[in-house]
Design a protein around this ligand. Structure first.
Ligand code: 5AD
Ligand code: SF4
Length: 459
């Protein structure tokens, strides 16, 4: 409801799904506290920047945005600016924000965003700056409200932080040590979502395979999935991100045996050279990685496998890179997110010698993307004339006369529906007529809204 005189807030979000979900939570909490959300920057009284640190580029974009807000604040001193998320947890950025960006009123962390109303009050009442970064002993916030962006699928955080310390990665420094949410709390959250009509949940954690290690009892990620699979009304369970080192047989068996856990494996490879994998501190070899993906392909035929790859890690030679290309051609990923290595101060890799020049990184990235796009297209083409199960997410953004959804394997499908029927949230069967690299196009076969998940159609 529109509240008179309510302060309007705008949230800018960078980064991963975890950040997007944190922003959904901040929005719901602020709305509960009488603030009003706006997507129009020009009318905002409060700006909240939810930042990402994983690569320099993302960090710079947030800092650039902050630069523009400086002029705005000079014209309107009442404006409140809050910067949270990963970047302020990075000492380099923190120092910048504290010393060089006096127009920032609130600097907060990745685990205390639920205290924003309190921070805003402090700024408004005491007119003082709030610096509230996370300590390791920060208590988990418990059940929090969230304004879910979609009406069909919802994010659910299952754990915070990361203990892995891959040598290139800043996340363990910005998001702290691993802490799992209690199983009962996650169960309750997912149950409530399903009761509200959400069909899919995406379980979030930096390394979901570590789920439960810090909890009492014999709970682990596989057991969590098996529990959530029983929740009525829910059709699909996804998760992000898993670590190939910790992806054990129990988990593969559980995914094969459950009905709702989707047959999509996102397994960040990062590099295909054993020497580089070791320098990255990844804890597996290329042989182990191939073994794992073979096991998945055998146990769950039709499963899709996607990955993250970094090119230009310090010391990466042409031969190392060719090992990556070779592995990509061996595993034949359905898709890959590819990145140029970005040095992050404070991580071991940033101090390593033989940093790779950016021209070489760009060249390797282009070659990798070419190889992967060809494979993605070839794999998608295999689906032509096949029937796939699609959860409809809504109208296609590019063509509102069409519908858009995803297969269980996480491929985007666009199709024409019947007139005057709202298919949002329904599970439909689609015959694929034309497969492209990023999208599959098809025609509607059947609508099977009541079916929770299909055991035959595993695509
Ligand atoms: N440079 C480039 N890419 C990175 N990633 C993480 N840290 C870096 C970095 N310093 C990538 C990894 C990870 C994904 C989320 O981002 O591939 O899986
Ligand atoms: Fe970073 Fe490695 Fe943790 Fe992923 S597993 S967040 S890459 S340290």
């Amino acid at each position: 409801m529109q509240q008179k005189d309510a302060k309007l807030f705008f949230i800018a979000t960078w980064g991963c799904q975890m950040n997007s979900h944190d922003s959904e939570i901040m929005r719901a909490i602020l709305e509960k506290n009488g603030y009003q959300w706006t997507e129009r920057q020009e009318e905002a009284d409060i700006f909240i920047l939810n930042t990402c640190s994983v690569r320099r580029h993302a960090e710079q974009r947030a800092i650039g945005f902050l630069g523009n807000l400086k002029n705005l604040k000079e014209r309107n001193p009442e404006l409140i600016i809050a910067v949270g998320g990963c970047a302020p947890q990075n000492p380099e950025v923190r120092e910048y924000l504290e010393k060089k960006a006096p127009h920032v009123d609130i600097i907060f962390g990745t685990r205390n965003y639920h205290r924003l109303p309190e921070f805003l009050n402090r700024v408004m009442v005491k007119r003082s700056r709030v610096i509230a970064l996370d300590g390791e002993d920060e208590d988990l916030p418990g059940l929090l409200p969230a304004h879910h962006t979609s009406t069909v699928k919802a994010y659910v955080t299952i754990m915070y932080g990361c203990n892995n310390f891959c040598s290139y990665c800043i996340v363990p420094y910005t998001r702290g040590r691993e802490k799992s949410r209690p199983l009962e709390e996650i169960y309750q959250e997912v149950q409530e979502l399903a009761a509200k009509g959400y069909k899919e949940v995406m379980l979030l954690g930096q390394n979901v395979n570590s789920y439960g290690k810090d909890l009492p009892g014999a709970i682990n990620f596989a057991k969590l999935l098996a529990h959530l699979d029983k929740i009525p009304g829910l059709a699909r369970i996804r998760y992000m991100t898993s670590h190939p080192r910790d992806f054990d047989d129990e988990l593969i068996e559980t995914i094969a045996a459950t009905r709702k856990v989707c047959e999509h494996f996102h397994l960040p490879l990062q590099a295909g050279s054993n020497r580089i994998l070791q320098l990255m501190n990844r804890g597996y070899t290329r042989e182990k990685y191939i073994q794992l993906t073979d096991k998945i392909k055998n146990k769950i035929p039709g499963a899709s496998i996607t990955t993250d790859i970094i090119v230009g890690f310090p010391g990466e030679t042409e031969d190392d890179f060719l090992d990556t290309l070779d592995l990509v051609q061996t595993v034949r990923f359905d898709a890959a997110y590819t990145f140029m290595y970005s040095p992050r101060r404070g991580t071991p890799a940033a101090e390593m010698e033989n940093q790779v020049p950016s021209e070489i990184k760009k060249d390797r990235l282009n070659r990798l993307v070419d190889v992967q796009n060809r494979i993605t297209l070839e794999k998608n083409k295999l689906l032509e004339d096949h029937v796939v199960e699609v959860l409809v997410e809504g109208r296609s953004k590019n063509n509102p006369e069409r519908w858009s959804g995803r297969t269980r394997t996480n491929k985007i499908v666009v199709f024409e529906g019947e007139e005057n029927e709202d298919l949002t949230g329904q599970i439909v069967e689609i015959v694929i007529s034309c497969a492209q690299t990023w999208t599959l196009f098809g025609t509607l076969k059947t609508v099977s809204a009541k079916k929770e998940s299909s055991s035959q159609s595993r695509i």
